[in-house]
Design a protein around this ligand. Structure first.
Ligand code: FMN
Length: 230
C-alpha cells in the first residue's frame, strides 16, 4: 500500500495533492486526483448497431442504437433500449421483432445518418443505398450489406424512464459468407472491420491484444516449441 501511495504521489500533475506524509491515505489521494460527476451513461466503448424493423417495404425502417447488449447466453437473449418518441418504436412494438445489424467501416456513414434522421421523413434504406432482404424468422428485413444480422423476437417491453427496454430472444443469425475462413470454415469477425462508439465518437477497432483465456494458458502453449521459428 505504501509503495502504491508513493508511486501515485510521484506521478506528474499531482500538484494539488496537498497531503502531508503523515496524514497520507488513499482516500485523500483519490479525492485530489479524481473528480465526481453526477450519475450518467458512461459505459463505453459500445457498438453502434443498426436496427432494422417493419413488416412490409412501406413500413421498413432503420435506426442506430448503442443501448444494446447480450443479456443471456442460453437461451440467447439480448436487449435494445429505445425512446418511445422514435418513429421505429411503434414499428418494433407492433411487429414484436427486429434485426440487430452489426456495422462496419463501410457502413459508418449510414450508421451515423440513420441515427440522426427519422423514418418519418426518409426511406433510410433508399437514402443510404442499403438493401433490405426479408428476414428468415422475423418479418423485419436484414441489411444485406451488414456482416452479421441477428434476428430477434421481442419477449417483453420494460419502461425504464427516457427509454423502454425491448428484451428479445435471438431466433436466427445471418452471417455474410465472405467473412468465413476458407481453411477452417470459421467466421472471422476481425475481417469484418467492425466499428465502435465511445462518448460521441466512432472508432475503428485496434489491434488484437489477447485471446479469451490467454492469461491462464500454460506458458508452453504461448511460446512456440523449441526448434520452431519464433
Ligand atoms: C451512435 C448513436 C446511437 C444511438 N443510440 C440510441 C439508442 O440506444 N436508443 C435510442 O432510442 N436512440 C438512439 N439513437 C438515436 C436514434 O437512432 C435516432 O433518434 C434516429 O433518428 C431514430 O430514427 P427513427 O425516428 O426513424 O426511429 C442513437 C443515435 C446514434 C447516432
Amino acid at each position: 500500500m505504501t509503495f502504491y501511495l508513493v508511486r501515485l504521489l510521484k506521478m506528474e500533475n499531482r500538484d494539488n495533492c496537498k497531503v502531508s506524509n503523515q496524514s497520507l491515505n488513499i482516500e485523500d489521494v483519490s479525492r485530489a486526483s479524481h473528480v465526481s460527476w453526477k450519475p450518467g451513461t458512461l459505459i463505453y466503448p459500445l457498438p453502434a448497431v443498426m436496427i432494422s424493423c417493419g413488416s412490409t417495404p412501406e413500413e421498413y425502417n432503420l435506426l442506430t442504437i448503442s443501448w444494446v447488449g447480450t443479456i443471456c447466453t442460453n437461451p440467447p437473449m439480448c436487449y435494445i433500449s429505445v425512446r418511445p418518441g422514435r418513429h421505429s418504436y411503434e414499428i418494433i412494438k407492433r411487429n414484436m421483432g427486429f434485426v440487430i445489424n452489426l456495422t462496419n467501416e463501410n457502413m459508418a456513414y449510414a450508421t451515423d445518418w440513420c441515427g440522426i434522421k427519422s423514418g418519418k421523413d426518409f426511406d433510410k434504406f433508399e437514402e443510404m443505398k442499403l438493401t433490405p432482404v426479408k428476414g428468415e424468422m422475423v418479418k423485419a428485413p436484414i441489411i444485406f450489406e451488414s456482416p452479421l444480422c441477428i434476428e430477434c423476437r421481442v419477449k417483453e417491453i420494460i419502461p425504464l424512464g427516457s427509454h423502454d427496454m425491448f428484451i428479445a430472444d435471438v431466433i436466427n443469425i445471418q452471417a455474410d459468407k465472405k467473412y468465413f475462413e476458407p481453411d477452417t470454415d470459421t467466421f472471422d469477425l476481425a475481417k469484418a472491420k467492425l466499428i465502435a462508439y465511445s462518448h460521441g465518437h466512432y472508432y475503428k477497432l485496434g489491434e488484437e491484444i489477447g485471446k479469451f483465456g490467454w492469461t491462464v494458458k500454460k506458458e508452453s502453449l504461448l511460446k512456440p516449441p523449441k526448434g520452431e521459428l519464433s
